[in-house]
Design a protein around this ligand. Structure first.
Ligand code: SAM
Length: 285
């Protein structure tokens, strides 16, 4: 396991992922009934952007720093407020901190909601465990996140979200995403799933989307953000979030948010975004 998220914390991909996560959580909070979030690849929970690893790449400077320095018009500002408020709350603990997905989730939970945060890397898990020690609303588990899609799904609340955010360091990640989504959907047909993916290899992305189209899962919204067109050498040109059972307001919200992110985080001309139904409402499937 070579991947360490501390090199990438707060970059454009984190921003896109965490904004989407916050919108889904805000929607889940519209109903009184408690929910659970299962974060299968949780990372360390919070990152110091001034530490050596983040400072070495400086990726956050083209991510969260751009967003925080921008003046955003409404309704985009209002839609981003829960996410930016969570980032601000982390910053209050330490000026150079950036929150990861479990921290943002925890910050946005109500008293009755719960988080299960799973991480496999021993060091990141140790940090995660310490971060949430004594917090009765959070359970941290040292486990292969893919196994949790069987072992911890469905949660007893029968309401909530599975966030799957793998590192894309090993071949076969797209296959694991599709197989995992099908397995989790079979066990918990009403659960929302948010699957993050890297856009480097366009053929692999197209095959992944096709596999989901053919999965039989009835409602799938695919959101993507490209920060550049991409050239011959595969780099992280963009990223996507595939949402199974998306909240009914999410497409409309992301159609407002994604153009603003493309404008702010795009590196050069060629930045773009998309929101496409792989199955469900718009496709008529
Ligand atoms: N979700 C985090 C966030 O948004 O702040 C970032 C997660 S990072 C992209 C991916 C994480 O998955 C890394 O911390 C890595 O150690 C962990 N990881 C890699 N393989 C795993 C596995 N099979 N099960 C659980 N975690 C894994």
């Amino acid at each position: 396991m070579n991947y360490r998220h501390s090199f990438h914390a707060g970059n454009f991909a984190d921003v896109m992922k965490h904004v989407t996560l916050a919108r889904i959580l805000e929607y889940l909070k519209r109903k009184d009934k408690a929910f659970r979030v299962i974060d299968t690849h949780a990372g360390a929970g919070i990152y110091d952007l001034s530490a050596e690893q983040s400072a070495r790449t400086g990726e956050w400077e083209a991510g969260i720093a751009r967003l925080e320095n921008a003046s955003l018009p409404d309704p985009v500002a209002a839609l981003l407020a829960p996410y930016l408020e969570a980032v601000g709350a982390a910053r209050n603990l330490g000026k150079t901190l950036y929150p990861g997905s479990p921290w943002i989730t925890r910050h946005l939970l109500r008293r009755t909601d719960r988080l299960t945060a799973i991480e496999l890397h021993p060091q990141d898990f140790e940090q995660l465990k310490q971060l949430f020690a004594g917090d009765v609303q959070v359970r941290t588990i040292h486990l292969d996140g893919w196994l949790s899609l069987g072992a911890h799904v469905p949660p007893k609340e029968k309401r909530g979200l599975i966030l799957v955010d793998p590192p894309f360091e090993l071949p076969g990640e797209f296959d694991r995403l599709v197989d995992g989504a099908i397995k989790a959907h079979r066990r918990w047909p009403g659960g929302v799933q948010a699957l993050w993916y890297a856009i480097k290899d366009r053929k692999a992305v197209a095959a992944y989307r096709d596999a989901l189209r053919e999965s039989g899962i009835p409602k799938i919204l695919d959101l993507s953000l490209m920060i550049r067109e991409g050239g011959a050498v595969p780099t992280l040109d963009g990223c996507g979030m595939t949402i199974i059972n998306p909240p009914f307001v999410l497409e409309e919200e992301m159609r407002l948010i994604l153009p603003a992110l493309a404008r702010l985080l795009g590196e050069q001309k060629g930045a773009s975004w998309d929101a496409v139904w792989l199955a469900g409402p718009e496709t008529g499937a």
